[in-house]
Ligand binder design. Structure first.
Ligand code: EPU
Length: 302
């Protein structure tokens, strides 16, 4: 509450392009969630850095949003400022923020190999670094060299892989000392090779994914992390939970680790469904499923 002083609200209202009470649902792959108290969109790192620094100085909470593919935003929305980072620049030597799937095609066009796995990863490159995204046994950790970014209070920095603490679906940006920092640029190491072969491989992987995952639905990707040595999807299926429903949120009948918004599901529905699944898997197999999806926003005021 304390940050909501007149001077802070005036500062937020004066940001170029800012809008108050901006709906966020359509900016997430789930299609769920309430509004941002203040919302701004920018593709310019310097502008975003300035705004982050301003928020930190004024104690204004802020959230950096990429493609919104791994989030469950509360129905009551997000307090403070939500900044959507949109930047589609890229170069072959150094990659800037853009969508992973598009980048996978761009590097194949450039006859580079080693990034085919990204065709199965929705979201931005920044988001993929943030949670060390992966698919088909490969993850960002396998291809990253370093990442440049902005840390409020410390300015621009370059982080080695060691600084990033990359582990299964997490990093120092998501759960460690770099929380709140902005990914500006990621450098990946790829190999020269046959781009056509890379494209054939990606087509095969995409076909496989569309058979095993509900890719055409509104969802957030995997809801749970896989527990060591097992698969959350397998456990959900073995517990007989496929098709379980809360309102318009339903456990996918195709893949047990997906929850699908059939249209009009609320965040409360999804959260309730997640809890039912966790409880039942714990009861049946004594395994605690941990969420991969990140719950964001004003949950306590539910
Ligand atoms: N399985 C079932 N029932 C199901 C789903 C899966 O029995 O409903 C079985 C499968 O038959 C397979 C095993 O569980 O034997 C593993 O399933 P799958 O190959 O689909 O992989 P996953 O472990 O469920 C992981 C990633 C996905 C990634 C796929 C493909 C996690 C939590 N998920 O899924 O990543 O696309 O591998 O590489 O690590 C994501 O992170 O959002 C995501 C979608």
């Amino acid at each position: 509450m304390s940050w909501r002083r007149k001077s802070n609200l005036d500062w937020l209202r004066a940001l170029p392009g800012v809008s108050p009470d901006e709906p966020l649902a359509s900016r997430t792959s789930f299609g769920i969630g309430g509004p941002a108290e203040f919302f701004v969109e920018s593709g310019r790192a310097e502008a975003i850095e300035r705004i982050i620094a301003g928020c930190v100085e004024r104690d204004i909470p802020y959230l950096l949003l990429g493609a919104g593919t791994n989030l469950l935003i509360a129905d009551a929305g997000v307090e403070g400022l939500v900044m959507r980072v949109v930047n589609r620049e890229h170069s072959i030597e150094g990659m800037r923020v853009l969508k992973m799937m598009r980048l996978a095609r761009i590097v194949a066009d450039a006859n580079l190999r080693g990034f085919e796995f990204a065709i199965g990863v929705p979201g931005t490159v920044g988001g993929a670094v943030y949670q060390n995204a992966g698919c088909w046994g490969r993850e960002m950790n396998d291809v990253l060299i370093d990442v440049a970014g902005f840390v409020p209070g410390s300015g621009e920095q370059t982080w080695s892989k060691k600084d990033l603490h990359l582990a299964y679906r997490t990093s120092a940006l998501r759960d460690g000392p770099l929380k709140g920092a902005l990914v500006v640029e990621a450098t990946v190491k790829l190999e020269r090779g046959d781009g056509e072969e890379a494209k054939r491989m990606m087509a095969k992987l995409t076909a496989e994914r569309s058979e095993t995952q509900p890719i055409k639905t509104k969802n957030c990707g995997s809801v749970f992390k896989n527990p060591p040595g097992d698969s959350a999807g397998r456990l959900v299926q073995a517990a007989g939970l496929k098709g379980l429903r809360e309102g318009a949120a339903v456990v996918s009948t195709l893949h047990g680790n997906f929850i699908v918004n059939e249209g009009g599901a609320t965040a409360k529905d999804v959260a309730a469904l997640i809890e039912r699944v966790r409880t039942e898997v714990k009861r049946r197999f004594n395994i605690e499923l941990e969420t991969e999806v990140e719950l964001i926003g004003r949950w306590s005021s539910k």
